[in-house]
Every structure is written in C-alpha cells, then in structure tokens.
Design a protein around this ligand. Structure first.
Ligand code: GDP
Ligand code: MG
Length: 417
C-alpha cells in the first residue's frame, strides 16, 4: 500500500455551529459503499468509538452529543479516493465550541488547538444559518444613543415576555454579534507566528435546509447576514484562500422536544395537579416554577391560554436546565419501553445538559402526565419527510466549487487540492 498523504484540518466554530453533525454525516458517507461521494474509508485507523457514536445519533435522527469540556475529540480517518484508490490520512479534531467562545470572551486559546493549528493544512469555519446573533444597526439604536447622551438608563426600558418593564440589560460580551466573534477567531489564527498566508479556509454555512429558498448561494447569504465576515475575507485574500459552502448535513429539522401551547390537554387539571403537589414529580415541578408563574397559575379566573403560555415558558426552561429523572420522583410512573431505553443510554453516558437530556426530559414528562401532555411535536412533518429519505440522500451541498451536491467530502477535497 502507498503511504497515505497526511492532511490535518481544524474545525472552527462557536457552540452549535454544526461541526459535530458534519463529522457524523461524513463518517456515515465514507463508510457507505453505495454513497455518492468521492472519498471512502480505506482502513479503520485507531479509535472510532466517538465517530460511531455521533454517526449512530445522526442515523437515528437524534441530536449529536454536545462537547462542553474544553478538550477536543480527536478524529482521524484513513480515506482513499474511490476512483484512484490513492490513500489519504485525514485528521480533523472535533473541538468543543466552548473553547472558541472563550477565545472571544476571555481571550484564551487552548494549547491543544494551537498545536493542531500549527500542523493544519487548512480549516473549516462553521456558521449555523439559523443561530446567529445579529448586530444592532446604528439606525435601530436611536433609543440607546439617546440614553447614553442623557446618562439616564431609565430612558430605555425593556418589556420582557410577561409584559413586565425592566431596567436595560448591561452589555454582555457573550451576546456580541456572531460576525464580530468569527472575525476575531480568524484574526487569532492570522496572528500566530507560524501562520502561512494562503491558508485554505472552507466556510460552511450549516443547516442550509433552513435558509430561505430565495437565497441563491452561500456568498449571497454571507453578504446579507454576516457582511463584516464577508468584507474581512474579501480584504484578506492573501491570507485566506476561501471557498463557501451551504451544507445540510442533518438533512432537515428534527422534531422539536420543546413545548408549544398546543401540546397540553385538559390544562386546568394539569395545573391543579401541580398546585396540589399531588405526587412527588408534581411537587418537584411546582418548585421549579418561578414566583410569578406560581402566582399566575394560582390566581382564579385565568383562561386556559394563559395557563398554556406560562407552562410553555416554564416547562421549556425545566426541559433545558434540569435532569428531570430521579428514582424517587418517578416511583409510580409507568415509563414506555422507548423512554426506558433512552433513559438507560443517557444514564450510562451522563451527558451534560443539552439536546439529548432535553429530549429525554420531554419523554419523561409525557409518560408521567399522559392525560395532560401530548406527544405532538413541532416540525414533526418535516422530520417524517426527512426519515423517509434514503440516508445517502440526506446530505446536500451548494457552492461555487461544488461538483456533486450529495458529496459531503467536497469541502475536504477542495482543501486537499
Ligand atoms: N436543520 C438542520 N439543523 C442542523 C443541521 N446540522 C446541525 N443542525 C442542528 O444544529 C445544532 C448544532 O449542531 P452541532 O453539530 O451539535 O454543532 P456543534 O456544536 O458546532 O458541534 C443541533 O441542534 C443540530 O441538530 C442541518 O443540516 N440542518
Ligand atoms: Mg459539537
């Protein structure tokens, strides 16, 4: 066998940018003899437990696990060109988005990332099409400017979702516009003493399936949503050689586990159960509600719509921020086989709070309150459509350099040119 040419790439992107989903779909495709992609697995090389785990989640239409620790998962694949059979060793560490967040918020750079960057032949920068913090335009900020001039913060009062007036929020570095943070991540790279101009950078706009159909290509999307990033790349063409991709790696939206108002039935009885703390779980749930919500639910004469609004807000917060399962709390609750399986998996993995725990939490509540919580899910129709597709046809790519829109390895091929 020829010695494979080695390629090392860095994945760059804030938390939730679509990095792990991309790797999951990539691992599926290169392992699939019938997949329409130019690179395939040559031989299994070393540790593939993590890759198999994220691929299985992808195949089962479950969110891929979140990596919140600062360390990255090392991903290495021995691939080869399907036609020429020329082998390639590809290393793409899956970093925790957290480490990129810290680069911006506290100007920390992990040594591990620095080492990978030093060795890298290129990088893939990820941006989630539907998860960006937009900048506030100056003409939209008139009230803020007035308040700054007047030195009177009370001028800008905000109204929160419950209609309560509150003091203006202090500026928080974490809420800075996505494009500002991304440009900073690239400037970090640019500033390293080992940086070599002409660094190849594939920019992936992930979840392309969520992009408005009228947007023709990723460069138009960047110009519209991340103009600062677009201008930065345009004016640093010596430093970064760029190719833009719109990628749908997941293939579409999964059904959402978050509550919407239509997910409750017989809402008055449900609220009564919570107020009366009629079982250990209701008791615990009641204690998770904030004071304002408890007061609204206890007040007489409220409409079912008001109950629904409060429940959606509070229970979604519980779904996101707690491990609902507890032996004592669920004694007496009959769990469905599927929930039990999911629970076993989650307990074994002990994941951080995230999409996986949120999904399980919702299933647990559905099983505990079958009379009051429906198993209807937002985006269920889209999810069903996605599930009816052959997995080989789930991935879609667009972009100037894309030759085969089903081939998720296109950005890698371009980086290797
Ligand atoms: N609709 C859609 N959602 C996606 C796609 N890729 C990722 N997502 C969602 O985007 C979120 C973040 O993805 P993830 O791969 O975990 O991002 P990471 O934090 O950068 O590794 C998850 O909720 C995914 O389900 C896609 O192609 N389409
Ligand atoms: Mg990830």
């Amino acid at each position: 066998m020829n010695n494979p040419t080695s390629h090392q790439f860095v994945l760059i992107g804030l938390p939730g940018a679509g990095k792990t989903s991309f790797l999951a779909a990539l691992w599926y495709m290169v392992n699939q003899p019938s997949a329409d992609c130019q690179l395939e697995l040559d031989t299994l090389d070393g540790e593939s437990k993590y890759l198999n785990e994220i691929r299985d989640a992808w195949l089962q239409y479950k969110p891929v696990p979140r990596n919140r620790a600062l360390s990255e998962k090392l991903v290495s694949m021995l691939l080869r060109n399907r036609k020429t059979k020329v082998p390639l060793a590809v290393t793409i560490p899956d970093p925790s988005g957290e480490s990129f967040r810290l680069q911006w918020t506290s100007r920390q750079f992990t040594t591990q990332y620095d080492e990978h960057l030093r060795e890298a032949n290129g990088g893939i920068l990820f941006v989630h099409s539907d998860n960006i913090a937009a900048p506030l335009r100056i003409d939209m900020a008139e009230a803020l400017i007035e308040s700054a001039i007047a030195h009177d913060p009370s001028i800008v009062e905000t109204i929160d979702s419950d209609g309560v007036q509150s003091a203006p929020k202090r500026w928080d570095i974490e809420t800075s516009p996505t494009q500002v943070q991304l440009v900073e991540l690239l400037q970090f790279i640019l500033g390293r003493d080992y940086f070599r101009p002409g660094f190849r950078l594939a920019v992936v706009i992930s979840a392309w399936d969520l992009v408005d159909q009228s947007v023709a290509d990723p460069s138009e999307w960047v110009a519209k949503h991340l103009p600062l990033l677009g201008q930065f790349l345009d004016s640093n063409t010596d430093a970064f050689e760029v190719s833009l991709y719109g990628v749908s790696a997941q293939g579409g939206r999964y059904a959402s586990s978050l509550f919407t108002s239509g997910d409750f039935k017989d809402v008055e009885t449900f609220v009564k159960r919570l107020i009366e703390k009629s079982d250990p779980l209701s008791n615990w749930l009641w204690d998770q509600l904030d004071k304002a919500a408890q007061a609204t639910l206890q007040e007489g004469g409220q409409s079912p719509e008001t109950f629904q609004t409060v429940l959606v807000r509070c229970l979604n917060s519980v779904l996101r921020s707690a491990h609902i399962f507890d032996e004592a709390r669920f004694r007496g609750v009959k769990l469905h086989t599927e929930t039990k399986e999911e629970l076993r998996e989650v307990l074994a993995k002990k994941p951080d709070l995230g999409e996986e725990t949120l999904r399980l939490n919702r299933q647990l509540l559905e099983d505990a309150f079958p009379q009051n919580i429906l198993n209807t899910k937002q985006f269920a129709k889209e999810a069903a459509e996605l599930q009816s597709k052959a997995p080989e046809r789930r991935v879609l790519l667009v972009g100037m350099d894309v030759k085969n829109r089903y081939d998720i390895t296109e950005p890698l091929q371009w980086l290797m040119q």
